[in-house]
Design a protein around this ligand. Structure first.
Ligand code: GLA
Length: 387
C-alpha cells in the first residue's frame, strides 16, 4: 500500500468515526546499526529510520476532551485535558497521553481533540513502535496549538514522556532518529550535545531486519538495572577523575587502567559502553568510506560485547546472528535495540537480500522451531505531516 493510500484510508476512517476532516502525521520506527546502550551514557549511536511508521490523524474539538481511538488496538479512550493521569494507565494510549501530559507541563496549550492512531511498527520487536507513536502524537498535538517546536526539541519531550510517564528510563536515540532520520542515511548522533551527522549508506545495501519473534519489554527491570550499573561505574571513575560525568567521558585507556578495580559486573558494563562508543565512531568513518568489511567487523564485536559484557542478548538473537554469517551478500549484522528479544539488523547486498531472507528464516526455524519475520528495509525520512 502506498503512503498516500494509507493516508486516505485513515482520513476516511476518521471522518466516519468523528464526522470531521483530520490532519495526519507520520513518524517512523528505527533500526540501530551500532551504538547500543550508549545513548543514556551520553555516548554515540548510529540508527536509521525505517518505513514502518505510526500515523496519527487529528482534529480539534470544541471542548477539553482528548479522545483516542485506534484502527488496530482495542478501546475507546476519553480524557479531560485538565485532569490528565499523572502516570501510565497500562493501556496502549499511554504513549499518546504521556506526550500530552508532558507537553502541557512544559507550557503548551492545546485544544481538546479527536485522535485516530494507525500503528504499523511491529510491537515489542525493538524497532521503536513506542517512540514512533510518541513522535507522531506530539506532532499532531502541537499542530493544534499556536507554538511550533523544532524537531530535536520534540524528540526530547517525547523521551521525557517515556521516562516520567511510562517509567522506562530510555535514552534519546529512538525519538531523535524518528524525528530527524534521512532517506538513504544513517544518523550518527552525539547523545550529549545532540550534534549529529548523516552517514550515507552505500548504494546497493539493504538493511535486512530479522525478527526473532521473541518480544522484548523495556519496562521490565533489566533495562533500568543496566542504567543503574552504568551510574555505579561513573561513581568509581569520578573518584579517579572528577571530570567524569558519564561513561562517555571514560577513554579506552582509562578503562583498561582501572577495569580490574571495579566489581566484576560493573566492570563488564563499563567495558561494553566505553568500547561501543569507540566502535560507533569507527563504524561511521568506515561506512562513509564504503569500507563494509570494517563495518561488519565492528558490528560483530558489538554483538559479542552485548552478549558477553552487557548481557542483553538472548539465545534466539545469538542464533539469528550466527545464521547470517556465511550467507551470500552478508556484510555485517548484530542484535539491534534494547535486547532480550526483538530483532537483528544485517547489511546485505541488494541482489542477495531476498535469498538471504529466505535462507536465514529456514536456518532459524530449524534451530528454534520459530518462524521469523524478515523485513527488507531502507533508511527513510523522519517524521512529518502528510499532505
Ligand atoms: C532502547 C531505548 C534506547 C536505547 C536502546 C539501547 O531502544 O529506547 O534509548 O537505550 O534501547 O541502545
Amino acid at each position: 500500500m502506498t503512503m498516500l493510500m494509507r493516508a486516505s484510508d485513515l482520513t476516511h476512517h476518521f471522518e466516519r468515526l468523528f464526522g470531521d476532516h483530520p490532519r495526519i502525521f507520520r513518524a517512523p520506527g528505527r533500526v540501530n546499526l551500532i551504538g547500543e546502550h550508549t545513548d543514556y551514557n551520553d555516548g554515540f549511536v548510529m540508527p536509521a529510520a525505517v518505513a514502518f511508521s505510526a500515523y496519527v490523524a487529528i482534529a480539534a474539538r470544541p471542548d477539553r476532551k482528548l479522545v483516542i481511538r485506534s484502527e488496530e488496538f482495542p478501546g475507546d479512550f476519553e480524557f479531560d485535558l485538565d485532569h490528565l493521569p499523572e502516570q501510565r494507565t497500562g493501556a496502549w494510549c499511554d504513549y499518546v497521553l504521556g506526550v500530552a501530559s508532558v507537553l502541557q507541563k512544559s507550557g503548551h496549550k492545546f485544544h481538546g481533540a479527536n485522535l485516530l492512531v494507525h500503528g504499523e511498527v511491529p510491537i515489542g520487536a525493538g524497532l521503536s513502535s513506542s517512540a514512533a507513536l510518541e513522535v507522531a502524537s506530539a506532532l499532531a498535538l502541537i499542530s493544534l496549538g499556536a507554538k511550533q517546536l523544532p524537531l530535536p526539541e520534540i524528540a526530547q519531550l517525547c523521551r521525557q514522556a517515556e521516562n516520567s510517564f511510562i517509567g522506562a528510563r530510555v535514552g534519546i536515540m529512538d525519538q531523535f532518529v524518528s524525528c530527524m532520520g534521512k532517506a538513504g542515511h544513517a544518523l550518527l548522533l552525539d547523545c550529549r550535545s545532540l550534534d549529529f551527522q548523516f552517514v550515507p549508506i552505500p548504494e546497493g545495501i539493504r538493511l535486512v531486519v530479522c525478527n526473532t519473534m521473541v518480544r522484548h519489554d523495556l519496562a521490565t527491570g533489566a533495562y533500568n538495572t543496566r542504567r543503574e550499573e552504568c551510574e555505579e561505574g561513573v561513581r568509581y571513575f569520578a573518584k579517579w577523575d572528577p571530570a567524569v560525568r558519564a561513561l562517555r567521558d571514560v577513554s579506552v585507556e582509562v578503562l583498561d587502567q582501572h577495569v580490574q578495580d571495579l566489581p566484576v559486573t560493573i566492570g563488564k558494563r563499563c567495558a561494553h559502553v566505553v568500547r561501543e562508543n569507540q566502535r560507533t565512531l569507527d563504524a561511521a568513518r568506515a561506512l562513509t568510506t564504503g569500507d563494509l568489511a570494517r563495518v561488519g567487523k565492528l558490528m560483530r564485536q558489538s554483538h559479542d560485547s552485548l552478549r558477553d559484557l552487557y548481557q542483553v542478548s538472548s539465545s534466539e538473537l545469538d542464533i539469528m546472528v550466527e545464521a547470517a554469517q556465511d550467507l551470500p551478500g552478508f556484510c555485517g549484522g548484530r542484535m539491534t535495540g534494547g535486547g532480550f528479544g526483538g530483532c537483528t539488523v544485517n547489511l546485505v547486498l541488494e541482489e542477495n537480500a531476498e535469498d538471504f531472507a529466505r535462507r536465514i528464516s529456514e536456518r532459524y526455524l530449524q534451530k528454534t522451531g520459530i518462524t521469523a519475520q524478515v523485513y527488507l528495509c531502507t533508511a527513510e525520512d523522519g517524521a512529518a505531516e502528510l499532505s
